[in-house]
Design a protein around this ligand. Structure first.
Ligand SMILES: Nc1ncnc2c1ncn2[C@@H]1O[C@H](COP(=O)(O)OP(=O)(O)OP(=O)(O)O)[C@@H](O)[C@H]1O
Ligand code: SF4
Ligand SMILES: [Mg+2]
Length: 330
């Protein structure tokens, strides 16, 4: 059962987005895929939350459930104090313009038949906003695209990195508060990944954005996140400020993820002893049939009998550092 008041949720006036006891199930034949189970976190104005975990752990499902695409099976999504799950139709669409999402594959998220200028103007046109043309020019300039020379081109005339710039411009056109970036650089050439990350950082500062940044690798989010949340098989394992998570991971899964970062990226790890942490072994269980108790127990080198019997609840281990494990690493 969900604990009634997750301790990792903060009492602050500047919380822009709060996800509370979020669960998303999908019917798959006779089975139920528990894609996301009882996930709670919040993001304060101007913060970036890194959301990390292996493929299939539910990161994109969390992002889409925040947008109500589709709405979660249970739980609340509070945006600027409004529970999005209580909205439908026009009020939902209106509220949703304050949250925008950027995806992994920029090329497939752009309509190939439309001109870039029209793609970026889409939301402005739907909402009949004034000065749409000026706004399109402004966001194109902001992301490094010259509206006069490339505005009439179509997506196939751009590289992957430039297509992601177009997607970013489109997401900024309606002046959102929150940007949910779902692995926005993982499909791009390594040479352009840093450029797009830098661009997102610049846009965050310029437009005063709050961000949720999804990645499967802890190295990617380290330098851009104020806080990091780690997911495993639909559940949150650990959440806290970035320094604490990287310097002293308390969940065995977080430690294994850190240990799996290649040596060529030494800056991503603060603690040399993490090199000795056990690497992840065994296969990922199915979210249609997750292990009892702690979902990580079938791969955890520290598992004990209690781990099979009791679901670990989030508990504080330090200031702004929380872990869902019966035997946190210290
Ligand atoms: N529409 C759907 N119908 C059925 N199962 C789904 C659906 N969407 C996602 N899932 C399942 O839910 C689980 C979580 O998927 P999700 O795409 O959220 O993971 P992810 O962490 O984003 O993975 P990746 O890193 O590969 O993008 C997976 O087991 C996936 O197969
Ligand atoms: S609760 Fe048990 S199985 Fe789960 S991570 Fe902690 S020690 Fe490992
Ligand atoms: Mg995903």
């Amino acid at each position: 059962m969900a604990d009634s008041n997750p301790c990792q949720l903060r009492e602050r006036d500047d919380i822009v987005l709060r996800v509370e006891h979020l669960s998303v199930n999908f019917a798959m034949g006779k089975k139920t895929v528990q894609a996301v189970t009882d996930v709670s976190f919040d993001v304060a104005r101007g913060e970036t939350l890194g959301l990390v975990g292996e493929s299939g752990c539910g990161k994109s499902t969390v992002g889409r459930a925040i947008m109500q695409l589709p709405p979660p099976t249970s739980g609340g999504v509070w945006f600027r104090g409004q529970d999005m799950t209580s909205l439908a139709g026009e009020p939902l669409r209106q509220t949703r313009t304050g949250l925008q999402m950027i995806f992994q594959d920029p090329i497939s998220s752009l309509n190939p038949r439309r001109r870039v200028r029209d793609i970026i103007a889409e939301g402005l046109t739907i909402w009949a906003r004034d000065n749409a043309r000026e706004r399109v020019d402004e966001v194109m300039e902001a992301v490094g695209l010259d509206a006069a020379s490339v505005g009439d081109r179509r997506p196939h005339q751009f590289s992957g990195g430039q297509c992601q710039r177009i997607c970013i411009a489109r997401s900024l056109a309606l002046d959102p508060d929150v940007l949910i970036c779902d692995e926005p650089v993982s499909a791009l050439d390594v040479s352009v990944q840093a450029q797009i990350l830098n661009l997102l950082e610049d846009m965050k500062a310029r437009y005063h954005l709050t961000m949720v940044f999804v990645a499967h690798n802890l190295a990617v989010v380290k330098n851009i996140s104020d806080r990091v949340a780690v997911m495993y098989l639909g559940k949150l394992c650990e959440i806290g400020n970035t320094e604490a998570i990287y310097a002293q991971p308390a969940h065995p899964y977080t430690r294994a993820l850190l240990a799996s970062i290649p040596d060529t990226d030494p800056l991503a790890r603060d603690d040399a002893s993490i090199d000795d942490a056990p690497l992840l072994q065994g296969d990922l269980p199915s979210p249609a049939d997750p292990p009892s108790g702690c979902r990580f127990r079938t791969r955890c080198p520290y598992a004990q009998a209690r781990c099979a019997e009791e679901v670990p609840m989030m508990q504080p281990v330090a200031d702004d550092h929380y872990v869902a494990c019966h035997f946190p690493l210290r």
